[in-house]
Structures are given as C-alpha cells and as structure tokens.
Design a protein around this ligand. Structure first.
Ligand code: SD4
Length: 326
C-alpha cells in the first residue's frame, strides 16, 4: 500500500525528474520557413479567445501561457452555453466541467466532472505542474482547486441555463444538437516564436448528459494532443465518437506520416464514419490541427464547423471547415 510518506517521496522524485528532463533536453529542430507565432481555435468564440492568446504570442511568450489565457476568455463568458459555468447543465441540473492542457514536453494535466470552478483550464495546468498525475476528477479535483486558492462560485446555474434546463425537463429527451448555436467546446492550439507547440481544451460537455458523464475534451489523445516534433490537434463535437478512435492522437500520428493537417483531420473523420456509418449521419465531430510548419487545417462530419486563425498574416479570421456530409 502507498503510505502518505512514500507518496510524497515519489512526488518529489517525479518533480525532480520533470525538471531534469526539461533542463537537459535537446532543442527540437525547427524548419526555417515556419509561420509563427500562430494560434487557431474552434468556433466563433475562438476569435475572442485568440485575441488574448495573441497578446502573449506576439510579445514572444510561451504557447502554453497563450493557450491557457486564451481559453480563459471563453470560460469567463457566462453567456456561453457550452463552456465554463454558463454552460448547460447535465440532466440533474449540475454544470460539470472538463478541461485539459498539454505542452511541448508532453507534460499534460486534466480535470473532469468538476463543479463550481470558473477556470477549469487553470486547475488542469496546476495538475500538470504541481502533481505527479495527469487527471483529477469530481470532488477530488474541486478539493485540489480550493486547496490551491481557487474559490467556489456560489451559483448552480445562470438564469439562462436554468431556464433552458427547465424547458428541457418537460420532455427530458437526450438529443445532442449539431452545431449548437454555432458555438461549442473551445479547443485551441498554438505555436510560439520559438516554434514550440501547446494546446488547451475546455467545455461544459454535452448538454443534459447523464450525471457523471465525461467526454473527450479532458482526455489527452481524444480532445487534445500535442507532439512538439509533429503538430497538435484538438476536437469538438460528440465526445464519445472522438474517444472511440483516440481522435487527436490519430490526427497527430497521421501528420507524422506526412499528411497535411486537413488531410489528417479528414482521415480521422472518415474513421468515425467507417466505424459507425448510420450513427455518424446524425452527429457532429470536428478536428482542427496545426503542424510544425505553421500549416493548419480542419475537417468535420457535418457542415457548420468553423475556426479562428490568428497569425502575422491572418489577423483572426474565421475559416469554414470542410465536411464529410454536404
Ligand atoms: C463533449 N466534445 O463533452 C465535448 C462537447 C463538444 O460540441 O465539443 N460539443 O463531448
């Protein structure tokens, strides 16, 4: 059995290993014609998030800081019904949040099924930086956040999400809506001036899900994956389908094989269709990817998925993702 003392010893050892690994590691090779810095993020709300990320990137800051600060904009917006505490609740009325973050060293942190915390992405980062673990959930994640000085927001739902939930309760049917009001989970990936990649993903998950349900967004390799040698990818849509194919890990591995970001995302979407052709007709999944050259692309199941790109050349423009079903 692990005693508290051996756990602490082990934690200290892990922390030491992380710092040795980081300080003695070789520099990754960076091609010369790279578009950097650059940040891309899912859906229309990605534009506001990109603005804060860009402030950090354009000042020479680290991609990890940029993606955290970027998605915090979306988390803080209580009008947003799919990210942060303004999100639609589960069927029992609880707003439960999922988030993860990953850096250029494959350090990663995640929280799931977390309630009452305004910035789950910052708790995910703390899990990454202050613990030997990758993922904390539920009560344990909340306790960890409070122990680290975060405060518990008092309200259960915003007036808007409360109204929507009470309306939903009349029929109580679980039918995820494709392209919910054209905004959804925020996934963001970025490359900084040093050519290093990081990503963040945060959501309130599928509206009216079963209490305790966790989607793809906090799962490394599903909702988000970063490999600093190759590229980074994030996902949005019905998380169960993304988890089934380890979606973003697949996209990054396809880019490793030489596929462009768009083609890698397309092949991942096709994998979903191939596994469950009938089901795939009635749900949305979108992948968004960036490679080490600063090339980016997306692909989704249904029309309607778009993303925001901010670089020196493209000043925070929305781009439509191509879709499998027209
Ligand atoms: C989830 N992928 O919880 C998230 C939700 C989402 O479009 O992105 N919806 O499954």
């Amino acid at each position: 059995m692990t005693t508290r003392r051996s756990f602490i010893k082990w934690s200290a050892l892990s922390a030491a290993m992380v710092s040795v690994r980081n300080s003695s590691a070789k520099k990754f090779s960076i091609p010369s014609s790279v578009t950097k810095p650059i940040v891309i993020s899912t859906w229309k709300h990605g534009q506001d998030a990109n603005v804060d990320a860009w402030k950090i990137l354009s000042a020479g800051g680290r991609a990890l800081d940029a993606v955290e600060k970027g998605v915090m904009v979306t988390e803080a917006d209580l009008r947003n019904l799919s990210v942060g505490l303004g999100g639609l609740p589960d069927r029992d009325g609880h707003v439960t949040l999922d988030a993860c973050i990953m850096d250029e060293w494959a350090n990663c942190g995640s929280v799931a099924f977390l309630e009452h915390i305004k910035h789950p992405i910052s708790i995910a980062r703390l899990v990454m930086e202050k613990t030997p673990h990758v993922m904390l959930v539920g009560e344990g994640a909340l306790k960890f956040a409070l122990d680290h000085g975060f405060s518990k927001e008092k309200f259960d739902r915003t007036p808007e999400s409360d109204k929507a939930w009470k309306e939903w309760l009349k029929k109580a049917e679980y039918k995820p809506i494709v392209n919910f009001e054209n905004h959804d989970t925020i996934g963001m990936v970025a490359m900084d001036v040093n050519g290093n990649l990081s990503g963040a993903c945060t959501t309130s998950g599928m509206a009216y899900k079963l209490h305790g349900r966790v989607g793809d967004s906090p799962i490394i390799g599903a909702g988000l994956y970063v490999d600093n040698e190759v590229g980074a990818a994030t996902a949005t849509g019905t998380g169960e389908e993304v988890i089934r194919i380890c979606g973003t890990h697949l996209v990054v591995e396809l880019m490793r094989q030489g596929k462009s970001p768009e083609n890698a995302c397309r092949e991942a979407v096709e994998r979903i269709v191939k596994k469950q052709p009938e089901k795939s007709k009635n749900l949305q999944v979108g992948f968004l990817a960036l490679n080490k050259n600063g090339e980016y692309g997306a692909y989704c199941l249904q029309t309607g998925f778009n993303y925001a790109v901010y670089s020196n050349e493209i000043k925070n423009e929305m781009i439509d993702g191509k879709s499998f079903y027209k």
